[in-house]
Design a protein around this ligand. Structure first.
Ligand code: ZN
Length: 139
């Protein structure tokens, strides 16, 4: 199957459902947080460029922290300790609780980017062949 034939919306749905972005069958997680190294169904390597997924995780964690800080300025609890407890509880729940789905989205994005680069690379090779046809063709 040509990996570029999968529509972006399908890859996004697979990411949101924590499935393999390539085949849509294999589960990403073997536990709550631990990601399989490869898809159990199609052997796609999930974090081939782990720097890309970590960058996405840092950015989304920073964004969630920003929302929590804004909420701290907007809310004025009557009891400071209760407010502090609720902020810490919300931070842990939101940041840790969304970790698996954010990681899954990051893996799907990485797959989309890698297939787009492959597609561009393939187009460049076709253009080069058209400009400089290989010697010995037409024998
Ligand atoms: Zn797969």
């Amino acid at each position: 199957m040509d990996k570029r034939s999968v529509p972006l919306s399908t890859i996004a749905k697979r990411g949101l459902s924590k499935r393999c972005p390539r085949c849509g069958q294999g589960h990403l997680y073997e536990g709550f947080y631990s990601v399989h190294e490869r898809c159990p169904e199609c052997s796609y390597r999930y974090e081939a460029g782990s720097g890309d997924t970590w960058a996405f995780m840092y950015i989304t964690t920073a964004a969630l922290t920003g929302f929590i800080v804004i909420a701290m300025f907007l809310l004025h609890p009557s009891n400071t300790w209760l407010g502090l407890f609720l902020v810490i509880l919300a931070a842990v729940t939101v940041i840790a609780g969304t970790l698996p789905i954010r990681k899954s989205i990051a893996i799907a994005l990485e797959y989309i980017i890698s297939t787009q680069f492959d597609h561009q690379h393939a187009n460049e090779q076709v253009e080069q062949k058209q400009e400089n046809p290989p010697q010995g063709e037409g024998k």
